[in-house]
Design a binder for this molecule. Structure first.
Ligand code: SF4
Length: 124
């Protein structure tokens, strides 16, 4: 099998260590350049099952602003992020909303909830 090297920056903290991942036949073999174990885990996930946070907005009815910022509660499969963002376009919630309230549970069957990232009071 062909050996391949991929260079990437770790995004788990502001140090942004440059990681070099070795793959053999597309399978993870090793990583160098990480300063801590989180970087090794990130590199392995990134080449096998990459994940990302989703941040977006949804419409809110009766709120003092027209849009409510939302975020995924945890990272989700990178390949589902765009589809999830599209699904959020048809979501509308009712004010008031508290930061952390679940806006969409288990979006697209990923097991990840989309939650409000701020409070939004009802307009008077
Ligand atoms: S490897 Fe560790 S120290 Fe380096 S960027 Fe990643 S989390 Fe930060």
């Amino acid at each position: 099998m062909a050996t391949e090297k991929r260079v990437m920056n770790c995004i788990m903290c502001p140090m942004g260590c440059e990681l070099t991942v070795t793959l053999d036949g597309g399978k993870f073999v090793s990583v160098t350049g990480n300063t801590c174990p989180r970087g090794a885990k990130y590199a392995q996930d990134e080449v096998t099952a990459p994940k990302r946070m989703l941040t977006s907005t949804v419409r809110i009815k009766g709120g003092f602003l027209p849009l409510l910022p939302v975020v995924s509660k945890t990272v989700m499969p990178k390949g589902k992020v765009l589809e999830a963002a599209r699904a959020l376009r048809s979501v509308e919630v009712q004010a008031p909303v508290k930061a952390g309230d679940v806006v969409v549970a288990d979006i697209l069957g990923t097991g990840v909830d989309i939650i409000a990232s701020r409070n939004m009071a009802a307009k008077n």
